[in-house]
Design a binder for this molecule. Structure first.
Ligand SMILES: NC(=O)c1ccc[n+]([C@@H]2O[C@H](COP(=O)([O-])OP(=O)(O)OC[C@H]3O[C@@H](n4cnc5c(N)ncnc54)[C@H](OP(=O)(O)O)[C@@H]3O)[C@@H](O)[C@H]2O)c1
Length: 206
């Protein structure tokens, strides 16, 4: 695979290539979602839906590292994992409705989409931000609730990746590799990913 040299950075030394391969897309998506679009600042409160996923788990750690109060959603089996990443609160989406538990938030970072994204509007304060990795949130609802909405289209930004790698090297950003498969099993990898319950990144090895 080729790309402009300006888009490459050195991988963090402490992690192997499989783990390193799982960093850029997930971490840059989270970084650009919560900081570039969501304008997350220290002391603010953020809801991260799908906090146990590849992107969500990066977002939890980046937000926590920024000094935000983090509320993550996921299924019960991932509660301990998400709390260990630094989430202050965990909401089990199979048992509870997050919109009944949190309100007046500064930022929602949505990695689930659909009905989850629709309901997230109710949790924001006026002037808040709803950023999704899945689909563009409704402009009509944004007007109704007085919030700013955006969808992240992850871009390779080496300066951000350098910052991200520093966090990996200092142990402040942990990476979750779900499984490593040979390239010949690309179909299985795709099915795993599409099912939406992979528990981390799926790595294909040539
Ligand atoms: N726009 C971009 O640039 C960009 C970049 C990267 C990814 N994406 C998109 O972002 C989304 C997330 O990607 P990912 O790699 O993080 O996916 P992932 O690793 O498959 O994670 C999805 C997570 O969401 C959880 N989940 C499923 N339904 C949920 C619900 N209703 N409420 C709360 N959590 C729920 C799952 O946990 P359980 O298994 O416990 O249910 C799983 O841990 C995907 O749609 C992907 O295509 C977009």
């Amino acid at each position: 695979m080729t790309a402009p040299a300006s888009e490459f950075v050195h991988k963090p030394k402490q992690i192997d290539f499989d783990t390193a391969a799982s960093v850029p897309v997930a971490a840059l998506t989270a970084w650009q979602g919560i900081f570039d679009h969501g304008k997350l600042a220290s002391g603010q409160r953020i809801l991260i839906t799908g906090a146990s996923g590849a992107v969500g788990s990066m977002a939890v750690q980046l937000a926590k590292n920024k000094g935000a109060r983090v509320i993550g959603t996921g299924s019960g089996r991932n509660e301990e994992f998400v709390r260990k990443l630094g989430a202050d609160e965990f909401i089990d989406y199979k048992k509870e409705k997050f919109e009944e538990k949190v309100r007046d938030l500064d930022v929602v970072f949505d990695t689930v989409g659909g009905d989850t994204q629709e309901r997230a509007f109710q949790t924001l304060k006026g002037g808040g931000f709803l950023v999704s990795t899945v689909s563009p949130p409704s402009a009509e609802k944004a007007k109704e609730f007085g919030v700013t909405v955006a969808m992240v289209q992850m871009m390779p930004k080496p300066d951000q990746l350098v910052e991200i790698n520093r966090l990996v090297e200092s142990g402040k950003l942990k990476v979750r590799v779900a499984t490593v498969l040979p390239l010949a099993e690309v179909k299985k990898a795709h099915q795993l990913s599409a099912a939406g319950h992979a528990d981390g990144k799926i790595i294909l090895r040539p």
